[in-house]
Design a protein around this ligand. Structure first.
Ligand code: OKP
Ligand code: ZN
Length: 342
């Protein structure tokens, strides 16, 4: 049996953000152990792990703005110089609705301008870790471009909430978007990003919203009662050239495999009939019943079914890691998801 290749790295370990949650700032649930546990489970399952190639900065520039890349790459050094190395950098002021926003010159203003949530911070290792995660996604896409039927990028930090120029939701660079753009750059005329994380992939949607060449489809918890609150609704269908090329399939809290299967079949019908030549799966296993951040009720076995159905598309498939916070189960859940692609 051919186990699908896994791209992973230890660079993520030094990045551990803080988050504002229920009135307190504390260590993020997006913990380094997550990726270590997944890597161990995948090795045990028989996957070969390899390190990523260097990140292609031209590729990154097709997904994020130059201002944002410049900001992220310099924010920690500027923060440390001004406030010291003891506390990480975080935004705390965001533009109001409907305001015509200009980009502040000041670092503190920029932290608000370039973020949308108070759930993650920038520390000394954040930029390097985010670049490594994007490089992992790029390398997974390259393996698929090179003829692998599927490849997995063990990205950490995750990416699907990061927009062209904002971090938030534990995400800094949009790894799934990087992978999708890499598949396009290799010659695919159209690709799909299927986001099965518990949370709406608002960043991926925003990055490709006005484009037809990427069909973005996300199955997630109803944003009227869940992060990211301000997007993920079924009426968001893409804009301009991208009209019809974004599909949101929100599900109620408490959803299990029955509801999930229906949404997934809708997603797969759309992707299958849209002429996509390759697919990126943004894989969050925070849909798991015991996930501390999620309220769906999927069991470990359900990941076999979900992955089997996705694999019936029979498209070259780059899978990238997003969320999943039930650390005792995260390794098995990811290994279970990857098995049908082997
Ligand atoms: C990232 B990914 C709760 C704060 C929740 C947002 C969740 C980000 C999820 N203490 N912060 O989609 O798994
Ligand atoms: Zn999530």
């Amino acid at each position: 049996m051919h186990m699908i290749p896994v791209v992973a790295s230890d660079v993520h370990k030094a990045h551990h953000s803080i988050e504002f949650s229920r009135g307190t700032l504390g260590p993020s649930q997006e913990d380094p152990r997550r990726a270590d546990i997944i890597a161990t489970a995948l090795r045990m399952a028989g996957h070969a792990l390899r390190e990523p190639e260097d990140l292609d900065l031209d590729l990154l520039a097709r997904v994020h703005t130059p201002e944002y890349v410049e900001f992220l790459s310099t924010a920690w050094a500027l923060w440390e110089e001004r406030f010291g190395a003891d506390v990480p950098a975080m935004g705390f002021t965001w533009p109001g609705r409907g305001s015509d926003v200009s980009r502040p010159d000041d670092l503190v203003g920029r932290l608000g301008y370039h973020s949308f949530a108070a759930d993650c911070s920038i520390g000394p290792a954040t930029w390097h870790a985010a670049c490594e995660a994007a490089a992992i996604a790029q390398t997974a896409a390259d393996l698929v471009n090179g003829g692998e039927r599927a490849a997995f990028g063990l990205c950490r930090p995750p990416g699907h909430h990061a927009t062209t120029d904002q971090f938030g939701g534990y995400c800094y660079l949009n790894n799934a978007a990087v992978a999708a753009q890499r598949l396009l750059d290799h010659g695919a005329a159209r690709v799909s990003v299927l986001d099965v994380d518990y949370h709406h992939g608002n960043g991926t949607q925003a990055i490709f919203d006005d484009r037809r060449d990427v069909l973005t489809v996300s199955i997630h918890a109803d944003p009227t009662v869940e992060f990211p609150w301000f997007s993920g609704y079924a009426h968001e269908r893409g804009v301009g050239d991208g009209d019809g090329a974004n599909v949101n399939l929100p599900l109620p809290l408490g959803s299990g495999i029955g509801d999930y299967r229906s949404a997934l079949d809708t997603a797969l019908d759309l992707i299958g009939s849209a002429g996509c030549e390759a697919i990126v799966v943004a894989l969050g296993v925070d849909t798991f019943v015991d996930d501390p951040l999620g309220a769906f009720t999927l069991g470990s076995d359900d990941y076999t079914e979900i992955a089997s159905r996705i694999s019936t598309l029979d498209l070259p498939t780059a899978i990238v890691q997003e969320g999943g916070y039930a650390v005792e189960a995260i390794g098995d859940n990811v290994a279970t998801f990857l098995a049908p692609f082997s």
